[in-house]
Design a protein around this ligand. Sequence first.
Ligand code: PLP
Length: 231
Amino acid sequence: MIRENLAQVHANMEKACENARRDPGEVRLIAVSKTKPVEMLRQAYACGCREFGENKVQELVDKYDQMPGDVKWHMIGHLQRNKVKYIVDKVALIHSVDSLKLAQEISREALKKQVKVPVLIEINIAGEESKFGVGPNEAENLVREIALLPGIKVEGLMAIAPYVENPEENRQYFARLRQLSVDISRKNIDNVNMNVLSMGMSGDYMVAVEEGSTCVRVGTGIFGERQYPVK
Ligand SMILES: *Cc1c(COP(=O)(O)O)cnc(C)c1O
C-alpha cells in the first residue's frame, strides 16, 4: 500500500511540476510519519524515502533511534523551548520557528552541541487564530533578528494552509508565501537564504508545487488516515 501511495504522490508531484514548467528535482517529498508505527516508516524507507517529518519531540527521538542513520528528520510541529535540547543535533531542518525566544534557545543548544541548525520561519499565511506562525508583516523583522544568532541558519519559510475542500482555495496563500520569500530574499540579509519553501500537504500539495513549493509534507497520502487515541 505504501509503495503504491508513494508512486502516486511522486507521479502527482511530477505532473504539478510539468504544469508549472518546473524541474521535478527542485521539489522534495517529506513523508510525514507522525502517529505511525516504525514498521511503516521502514516500508517507506525500503521504497526510497529518506526524509521523514514528525511533530512531537518524543516521537521523533524514539523513531530516530530505531531508523537507519541516513534518514533526514524534519521537525514540523510546534516546538516547546524546553524540548529543543533533545533534537538540535538530530534534525535536518526545523520547519516551525515562529519566535525569537524559540530561535535563541535553538541557537544556544546548537552551540553546546557544536552544530548549526537549519530552520524555516513558520508563517501564519491566512491569519488563522488556530494556527502558530508569525504574520506575514512581521516575518522580515523576525528573520533579521534570528539571522544574528550563531547557532542557526535561516533557509526559508513554511506555512500550513487552511483546511479546505477544494485545494484551489489555497492557491492564493501559496502564492502569497512564495512572494514573501522572494521579497525577503531580495533584502540579501547575511546568514539568510530563502531556498526552501515548505508548503503543501496531502490535500493540496499539487497546487503548492504549482505555486513554487520546494518541499511538500505528505502524511495521509502516503501512510493513510491517522488514528488518534480517544482521550
Ligand atoms: C500532519 C502534518 C502534515 C501532513 O498532513 P497530511 O494532511 O496527513 O498530509 C503536514 N504538515 C504538518 C505541519 C503537519 O502537522
